[in-house]
Design a protein around this ligand. Structure first.
Ligand SMILES: *Cc1c(COP(=O)(O)O)cnc(C)c1O
Length: 326
């Protein structure tokens, strides 16, 4: 927080693999005054673990009873992305803290630039906390042009803090020069997962069985391709193993990476994310709920029960059995 004034830690989904509760507590220890969550359900968790303000980023709807209830908490700031919803809030007895979302080229949520002048008439009847501007991932390395354009339009409609998402630290600093210190930057991935070396993910070897070529194993009685071992490792569908998150495929390089990780070995079997005896090994069959069967050929040295082996997971879809700080 000290190094990046205006930073708002984002704590949502599976808490980037760590759990919303853990990150909410962690954000407090980092000195954050406000954090952002995705949903109302996450806000409830965050409010228990964090003493400051909590922004709910999904759009607010008056018909959502849980959202209306949590909005009454003085530490909660809701995000309004539709004019009729803002109008209803302004008419109501509550005086909720609201961010108003402005539509960007991303076309997810938000009030269009054309409609911004209509917003101003409602703002004195809510506790207006600012504008939120969620940009797409920068096409080059900068979103400054669109951020400045939309920020300027919003500031013309009402002078209030600007809360950006998906601008670089350089752009954030630049935006603070342009618009002043009331500029905030919401960040999750880079904050929690920015240093790949800080995190090691492993699976535990639960069992190792010697098998011969053609022997049938597993739920589906698949025959093993050669002599070797079936290694049973911890981690299955419940942990997010074997589930592929959609790839954005933004570049050829990304695409190549997806294909390389995606998963067939030389014999055409599905490659698992588990690295046993120095290499990613093929699944014997699709992962089970909490463990997976992988095949280790006879020329490799089998691990021992209890060994930890590296596993490649995507944090935002992973559920870890245990998180150990070292
Ligand atoms: C998820 C989200 C963020 C955080 O995105 P990261 O890429 O994880 O930094 C910021 N703003 C909004 C509106 C979001 O939904």
């Amino acid at each position: 927080m000290m190094e990046l004034p205006g930073l708002v830690p984002v704590v949502k989904g599976n808490g980037y693999g760590f759990g919303v509760h853990r990150l909410a507590g962690g954000a407090g220890r980092l000195g954050a005054d406000v954090i952002a969550v995705g949903s109302v359900a996450e806000a409830k968790v965050a409010l228990r673990e964090f003493d400051g303000d909590v922004v709910v980023m999904m759009p607010f709807f008056n018909a959502d009873a849980a959202a209306v209830e949590i909005m009454e908490d003085s530490r909660v700031i809701v995000t309004v992305a539709h004019l009729p919803e803002l109008a209803r809030l302004a008419e109501g007895p509550a005086h909720p803290r609201v961010l108003v979302e402005v539509r960007t080229s991303m076309q997810r949520h938000g009030i269009t630039l054309d409609d911004l002048p209509k917003v101003a008439g409602f703002l004195d009847r809510v506790d207006f906390a600012g504008w939120t501007i969620h940009l797409p991932m920068p096409a080059g390395d900068s979103n400054l042009e669109e951020a400045t354009h939309i920020g300027t339009a919003a500031r013309m409609a009402a002078k209030a803090p600007l809360w950006f998402s998906h601008v670089s630290v350089d752009d954030h600093n630049r935006l603070r020069e342009i618009f002043g210190p009331d500029v905030r930057l919401r960040r999750g991935t880079d904050l929690w997962l920015g240093d790949p070396g800080a995190l090691t993910v492993t699976a535990t070897v639960l069992d190792v069985h010697k098998v011969v070529r053609g022997q049938r194993v597993g739920y589906h009685r698949k025959s093993v391709p050669a002599n070797g071992w079936v290694v049973v490792v911890s981690g299955g569908t419940a942990n997010g193993i074997g589930l592929e998150a959609p790839s954005t495929n933004r570049s050829m390089r990304d695409r190549a990476k997806t294909m390389a990780l995606g998963m067939l070995d030389a014999a055409g079997r599905a490659l698992s994310p588990f690295e046993v005896a120095g290499e990613k090994r093929a699944f014997v069959e699709p992962p089970h709920m909490q463990s997976s069967l992988v095949f280790l050929p006879a020329n490799a040295i089998p691990p021992a029960i209890g060994d930890e082996v590296p596993v490649t997971v995507r944090n935002t879809i992973a559920t870890f059995d245990e998180i150990v700080y070292i």
